[in-house]
Ligand binder design. Structure first.
Ligand SMILES: *Cc1c(COP(=O)(O)O)cnc(C)c1O
Length: 393
């Protein structure tokens, strides 16, 4: 089956068949990682007309095209642009839709480096950012000004997991003539369909579940509608935001197994979250599929499932006890970039950077990524961690 017949099939089938056409690659199942800068034009007439499908390695290669088309099709967008990281995909979106004198609305739960770009770079360029409570819903209408061009959402927040009312936010934004962008990394193109909920542009840190093995950096922007596609094509082209060939190849390879990996990540994360909920050390579990999570009902209404990342708020515990727990984990690594096959544990404190909302948890918080390891082994590792913490306090 070629990629042309994959369109219209179910998502798991698409994952295996989009973005490859053995007939184009002498029968080989996978398209190769095209390494290339120069593309040769056959004639002067062709050069002048710029009529080749590929013209320069930075702009596009066959490998890039395969993954771009696959992700656009999976999410239901009109076009996809790959970049060298999730963050560069985010900055492309911000730069595509605002200019000096404009106003930007950004969720208070946003990925921290997105906030830094707004507060440092966009501010210097004369763009003002207001942060909004992720639970604001239709109330966002009150924050929209005549010069508000873009509302940037991220649902759920990747540390605090508030699920946002994207349709209500999009409705208010569109009524005022503003566009809506969404960081959809947590749900991947499989578990939330941004364009069915009013989003104009979605962004993915493909570094996470799409690559899926913690071995490459990659970003993707997916756009709906001619206006958004044209603005993004211009910024992507002018900015030279190309990813490396191996990383694109790893993105295509990761995509093949993303569906089965996500099923396992989802099941293990839910099982671990249930386990945490029953522990005496735990104050609260922040997982969109659990009723304690802000916006749980919205998750139930709008999402097709959950991935492997969630948080727990612990009851107060000393720094030494927390360190004793996380320092000697056998299986859970302490690191930022999630979405790989391995389990992670990360203490965090959003108090330092929130501005529109407060974080009033009394104890420390842990962000957990449920990897693909055996569930009993993971629970045993966490249980030993709590025992080390108890021995220190
Ligand atoms: C990791 C992450 C990013 C940034 O992606 P990089 O590829 O690391 O630059 C953006 N948004 C979210 C929600 C993330 O988790």
């Amino acid at each position: 089956m070629s990629k042309r017949s994959a369109a219209g099939k179910k998502p798991q089938t698409k994952l295996g068949h989009l973005g490859r056409d053995p007939a184009l690659y002498r029968g080989f199942v996978n398209p190769p990682a095209y390494r290339g800068s120069t593309v040769i034009f056959p004639t002067f007439a062709s050069l002048v007309a710029d009529d080749q499908e590929f013209s320069y390695g930075r702009i596009c290669t066959p490998t890039v095209k395969e993954l771009q088309e696959s992700l656009a099709e999976l999410e239901g967008g009109d076009a996809c642009f790959l970049s060298s990281s999730g963050l560069s995909a985010i900055t492309a979106v911000l730069l595509a839709f605002v200019e000096a004198g404009d106003h930007l609305l950004v969720t208070d739960s946003v990925y921290k480096p997105t906030r830094r770009y707004c507060n440092e770079v966009l501010k210097r360029l004369g763009v003002e950012t207001t942060y909004f409570d992720p639970m604001i819903g239709a109330g966002i209408a009150e924050l929209i000004r005549p010069n508000t061009k873009l509302v940037f959402t991220e649902s759920p927040g990747s540390q605090t997991f508030e699920v946002q009312d994207i349709p209500a936010i999009a409705d208010a934004a569109h009524k005022a003539g503003a566009l809506v962008a969404m960081d959809n990394t947590w749900a991947t193109p499989l578990l939330f369909k941004p364009f069915d909920h009013g989003v104009d542009v979605s962004v993915h840190a493909a570094t996470k579940y799409i690559v899926g093995h913690a071995d490459a950096m990659l970003g993707a922007v997916i756009a709906k509608g001619d206006r958004c596609v044209e603005a993004l094509a211009a910024i992507h082209d002018a900015g030279g935001m190309c990813p490396g060939p191996e990383d694109v190849y790893l993105g295509l390879r990761g995509m093949r197994t993303m569906g089965v990996r996500l099923e396992r990540h989802q099941a293990s994360a839910i099982a671990l979250a249930e386990w945490f909920a029953g522990r005496p050390e735990v104050e609260r579990v922040l997982h969109p599929a659990f009723p304690d999570c802000p916006g749980h009902a919205l998750w139930k209404r709008d999402f097709l499932g959950s991935s492997g990342l969630f948080s727990v708020v612990l009851k107060p515990m000393s720094k030494q006890a927390l360190a004793a727990m996380v320092d000697d984990m056998e299986l859970f690594g302490m690191g930022y970039s999630w979405g790989g096959y391995e389990s992670l544990i990360l203490p965090f404190d959003p108090r330092a950077y929130r501005s529109a909302t407060t974080w009033d948890a009394k104890g420390p918080s842990l962000r957990i990524h449920a990897g693909l390891e055996d569930l009993d082994d993971l629970k045993a590792d966490l249980e030993a961690g709590f025992e080390r913490a108890a021995a220190k306090s």
